[in-house]
Write a protein that binds this ligand. Structure first.
Ligand SMILES: [Fe+2]
Ligand SMILES: [Fe+2]
Length: 256
């Protein structure tokens, strides 16, 4: 299928990436990835995106599982490209909706009626068993959202990193895979220096992530980092300077 890549499949456990976007607004939007993890009869959907792609994504995941088998839908943070269709997903499935506790009170503004469907994550994250393996919600606060998590899948060793690792307009986004980190790096720089809050959070996240055996880093926008490129990304990201480091330039008050 177009816009669909199987990232991992050992017959019991499968991870699929969809890259569906709103074609009418493609020129102004980032390329967006959505992810599905399936193990036997249950599944987790990750960052399903906005209302615009809801029907296409529902149909795409239906080719792999009955959407009624979705056990969890995980939203890394509150942005519309991540959680904009939370109300539609709540009606179309019986999945638990997992998001930072910080954003629970805001989800009604996306039209979500039944707040009891939400599993609000505390700041330190959580671990859930998933079949014979586990999924770990790793804190990624202020990178960029103040209530933000990455998700590590212990079976596939894929880290679903949300907006961390997002690349804008990189030629390597076309094949969704970073082949040369140095060539891809310029397309990471602008996004991370403006959207990430500060280097302190970048370092804290890398420290947490290094406790896990990560084979692939899969961001919500742009290309995936495999093996050596994932290692190179972590080495680069722990030195990223964000909003706090650029505060004087961003505000510019001393010049007026
Ligand atoms: Fe975001
Ligand atoms: Fe995003």
């Amino acid at each position: 299928m177009k816009n669909e890549t199987v990232l991992f499949d050992d017959t019991h456990h499968k991870c699929v990436m969809f890259s569906l976007e709103d074609e009418e607004h493609a020129a102004h939007s980032l390329s967006v990835n959505q992810f599905l993890i399936i193990q036997n009869n249950s599944a987790v959907l990750i960052d399903p995106g906005s209302e615009v792609i809801f029907s296409d994504l529902y149909e795409a995941i239906s080719r792999h599982i009955d959407p009624k088998q979705l056990k969890y839908i995980f939203f890394s943070h509150q942005d519309p490209d991540v959680a904009g269709a939370i109300a539609q997903w709540s009606v179309a499935t019986s999945a638990k909706l997992v998001i930072s506790q910080l954003w629970v009170r805001f989800m009604g503004h996306y039209g979500l009626m039944d707040m009891d469907r939400i599993l609000g994550l505390e700041d330190h994250g959580a671990q859930i068993t998933f079949g014979s393996d586990y999924l770990r919600f790793i804190p990624a606060h202020f990178l960029h959202s103040p209530g933000n998590f990455s998700l590590y899948d212990s079976r596939s060793k894929i880290l679903f990193s949300g907006d961390i690792g997002a690349a804008i307009a990189s030629p390597q986004n076309l094949n969704k895979r970073v082949d040369d980190f140095e060539e891809h790096r310029p397309f990471l720089e602008g996004f991370h220096s403006r959207y990430m809050a500060s280097n302190r959070f970048c370092r804290a996240w890398v420290q947490c992530v290094r406790r896990y055996d990560v084979a692939t880093i899969a961001p919500q926008h742009g290309s995936l980092f495999h093996g050596e490129n994932a290692t190179r990304f972590l080495e680069w990201f722990e030195n990223v300077e964000g909003g706090a480091e650029h505060c004087d330039t961003l505000y510019g008050c001393e010049k007026t």
